[in-house]
Write a protein that binds this ligand. Structure first.
Ligand SMILES: C[S@@+](CC[C@H](N)C(=O)[O-])C[C@H]1O[C@@H](n2cnc3c(N)ncnc32)[C@H](O)[C@@H]1O
Length: 255
């Protein structure tokens, strides 16, 4: 707890919404959970790295790689990306010290704090509209784009923020959630290089006897692209959050 508080105080953030809306707090909590659930999360991280390695091999040229949702970097094959590409851009709203230290030894890898929705500045002020992201679309050197365990996370904090802090009606907040997902898929499709989307497409909650309690559609009713590779990720193992546990189905699509 003290370490987490220290992380909160000492992590630099360039995007105002990272602290204001709770992204930094979430990143710190996620890092702590990843430490506690090393076995279950480790297998998932390995599967992500394997999928990104496939995407690296599918790319026709290897000038710039752009990774959205890089976060902890635990699911990023950094050595391979750095070796194969002239330049690697790792994008997230927040980077903790561990990630900053990891990239320090690579001279062609850059961490970029950036809001991939390009909409948080006004959502954080209570406005319920989403714009189409466009950053990097004019960069003709981008040969690989990876969206990494990010897309289904995009609505979570903004929708909660609009509901709780601005009392936006549920139906309106729900549309914002769908639009954030839809806009990200459209954004990815506009890149001309190889595009790899890694995301959960079905989340299932179980009781301690293994009986299914509930299934969630993490895509907010938006149709996900058909995955070519899939695996299951025990994202909340039994004991982590009381008597329930949760398994996510993760898929990889090449757009
Ligand atoms: C489930 S985590 C995956 C991160 C990383 N791939 C990992 O597993 O450690 C989702 C990531 O999306 C980032 N994120 C959420 N909303 C974002 C936004 N609007 N712009 C950029 N990054 C965002 C979070 O900061 C977090 O690092």
């Amino acid at each position: 707890m003290i370490f987490e508080f220290w992380q909160y105080l000492t992590t630099p953030t360039q995007i105002e919404q990272a602290k204001k809306m709770g992204y930094l707090k979430e990143a710190i909590a996620m890092a702590a959970r990843a430490d506690r659930c090393q076995q279950e999360w480790g297998e998932h991280y390995q599967s992500c790295q394997k999928a990104i390695n496939q995407a690296i091999n599918r790319a026709v040229q290897h000038r710039t790689a752009l990774i959205f949702g890089a976060g902890s970097l635990k699911d990023v094959p950094l050595d391979e990306l750095s070796k194969k590409f002239e330049k690697v851009l790792l994008v997230d709203l927040v980077f903790l010290k561990e990630a900053r230290d990891k990239v320090a030894k690579f001279n062609n890898v850059e961490l970029i704090e950036h809001d991939v929705t390009e909409s948080l500045s006004w959502i954080s002020e209570g406005q319920d509209w989403v714009q189409a992201p466009s950053t990097w679309l004019d960069d003709t050197h981008i040969d690989l784009v990876v969206s990494l365990n990010l897309i289904t996370q995009l609505p979570l904090i903004p929708v909660r923020w609009l509901l709780n802090d601005y009392k936006v009606p549920e139906a309106t907040a729900d549309i914002v959630g769908k639009q954030l997902i839809f806009a990200h898929v459209n954004y990815l499709k506009q890149f001309s290089g190889e595009v790899c989307l890694i995301a959960d497409y079905l989340d299932i909650e179980f009781d301690n006897k293994g009986n299914e309690i509930e299934r969630f559609d993490p895509w907010w009713d938006v149709e996900p692209p058909k995955p070519e590779i899939t695996w299951e990720w025990e994202v909340v193992p039994l004991g982590e959050a009381g008597k329930k546990w949760q398994k996510n189905h993760v898929g990889v699509s090449f757009l």
